[in-house]
Write a protein that binds this ligand. Structure first.
Ligand code: PAF
Length: 279
């Protein structure tokens, strides 16, 4: 089994040994409930780095409701078992006081990028992400960090944060891993009922259709209306957004005149699903 460390002192001691030996250290930050998407990040980290730390911390600051935090899957033993076949050297599962000690009063907040899409629907979410990621970067002293493109906005926010704060870490985005039926892998998929799980891949189908329409010269606003009615007919609830956005600054586009991404967040029987594809 991979070694599990729970304090920053132990982690720092281990990383200091590695750095003395000249090793390049990679980190894969996660909230656990690991799936193939996370494991692909661990593989990418193993290829680029000599040592890999996987962090597992269900970060209370990035949840919008106590119920969502409580329902988030926690599967530490399973996660450790899954990592055994991958190039992970340490699993860092910090006790909460290692991240947020008594009196913790700092908030890392990025403007602009965090005010749209998920940021507009989940107030404070990206401050929570940015704050914990900053702590995980400084605690692990990693040279490289690996994030899934599944959370495309999060990836852009973390890149901005690392650049703005001169953090000595290279942030790498890795492709979304999908189930055979197209559903983007996510820890939240565990919360879907059997019935919802059957409907869930319609999101990716609808997005692929909309992306094709955009490639053929369609306007995002026209295609969005069609996509929304397809999703509602398939039994989805609120469509928070299904937007064409510029890759770099996430500004709204009507047509993919520059590198663009189609991003969506929709509700399906009480579970919030997000996905994005390149256009
Ligand atoms: O993507 C996630 O699982 C989380 O947002 C992260 C980056 C681990 C921060 O808690």
């Amino acid at each position: 089994m991979v070694e599990i460390l729970r304090t920053k002192a132990e982690l720092r001691a281990r990383v200091a040994e590695w750095k003395t030996a000249g090793d390049r250290v990679g980190v894969v930050p996660t909230m656990g409930a690991l799936h193939q998407g996370h494991l692909s990040l661990v593989s990418a980290a193993g290829e680029a780095c000599d040592r890999v730390i996987v962090t597992i911390f269900v970060n209370p600051k990035q949840f919008n409701t106590p119920e969502d935090l409580e329902n988030y899957p926690r599967t530490e033993e399973d996660d450790a078992r899954k990592l055994a076949g991958y190039p992970a050297d340490v699993i860092y599962v910090p006790d909460p006081d290692q991240i947020y000690p008594d009196g913790f009063a700092t908030n890392v907040s990025i403007s602009g990028l965090t005010e749209v899409l998920c940021g507009a629907h989940r107030p404070g979410h990206f401050d929570g992400v940015a704050t914990v990621v900053t702590k995980l970067f400084t605690q692990t002293c990693a040279d490289m960090a690996f994030f899934g493109e599944k959370d495309f906005q999060q990836l852009q926010v973390v890149k901005r944060l690392a650049a703005d704060l001169d953090l000595m870490i290279e942030v790498v985005g890795c492709p979304t891993i999908r189930e055979e039926d197209g559903l983007a892998m996510s820890s939240r998929n565990l919360l879907l009922s059997d019935r919802s799980r059957i409907k869930a891949p319609v999101l990716n189908e609808v997005m692929e259709e909309m992306a094709e329409g955009l490639r053929q010269g369609g306007q995002a606003s026209d295609l969005r209306a069609k996509a929304e009615s397809r999703l509602n007919a398939a039994g989805f609830g609120e469509v928070e957004y299904i937007d064409l956005r510029a890759c770099d600054d996430l500004s709204v586009l009507e047509t993919p005149e520059r590198p663009a991404r189609l991003l969506a967040a929709v509700w399906l029987a009480g579970v919030r699903l997000i996905d994005n594809i390149a256009v």
